[in-house]
Design a protein around this ligand. Structure first.
Ligand code: FMN
Length: 185
């Protein structure tokens, strides 16, 4: 075991840095907005994405109640907003969008809050909620997805700077100089 460090509960940190997005929703006159690093595509056809949300979040009941959510992909310019959305609770502020310096928009397809400043938005209808432990997995059917610039058939990494989360309050973005292209067909 020389040189091996056991990290058990912190195993998640081995698969970070990973993207941190803003998840939004609306239900009964209330908006949800929270930072989520546990977001993963789970199906091409049908197009599906899953997010893990703790039952302790103010946003939890809103997403569960509306059975809708949006994944808002932000650029690194908004890293402080993402940090704030991930530390403030909607329970403690009247308008979490304003408290994070963000503008509330409305989905193109679903009647829920989205983040106007997002470069990419994925609108989802929840098809299943799976208890996973201290978080629940919301699996969503993608009903709409759109980007504003910086995208060809994928992100144009010459200009797009994602927000990646390392852990313990550390955020980072990519180094475009590290780009390698391999044939995957
Ligand atoms: C970088 C980062 C990533 C996070 N990822 C998640 C996540 O995947 N799931 C989750 O439930 N909470 C996550 N959180 C915590 C919530 O965003 C945080 O508790 C937030 O304040 C909840 O807001 P709400 O109470 O208004 O819903 C994350 C926080 C940060 C800073």
């Amino acid at each position: 075991m020389d040189g091996i460090k056991r990290i058990l509960m912190d195993q998640i940190r081995l698969v970070q840095p990973s993207i941190a997005v803003l998840v939004s929703s609306s239900h009964g006159g209330r908006d949800a907005l929270l930072t989520v690093a546990w977001v993963v595509p789970v199906s091409y056809v049908p197009s599906r994405v899953a997010i893990a949300v703790s039952r302790e979040r103010y946003s939890y009941d809103i997403i569960r109640g509306s059975r809708m959510f949006a994944v808002n992909v932000m650029e690194f310019d908004y890293v402080e907003a993402v940090y704030r959305a991930g530390t403030l609770s909607g329970r403690d502020v009247e308008d979490k969008f304003a408290a994070c310096g963000l503008t509330r928009g409305v989905g193109r397809t679903l009647p829920i809050a989205v983040v106007e400043e997002a470069l990419g938005v994925v609108e989802c209808r929840v098809i299943r909620v799976v208890e996973a432990g201290d978080h629940d997995l919301f699996i969503g059917d993608v009903v709409d997805a759109y980007v504003r610039g910086k995208y060809t058939t994928h992100w144009d990494v010459s200009s797009y700077r994602p927000i990646l989360y390392i852990s313990e309050g550390h955020f980072i973005t990519i180094d475009p100089g590290s780009l390698r292209k391999y044939d995957i067909s």
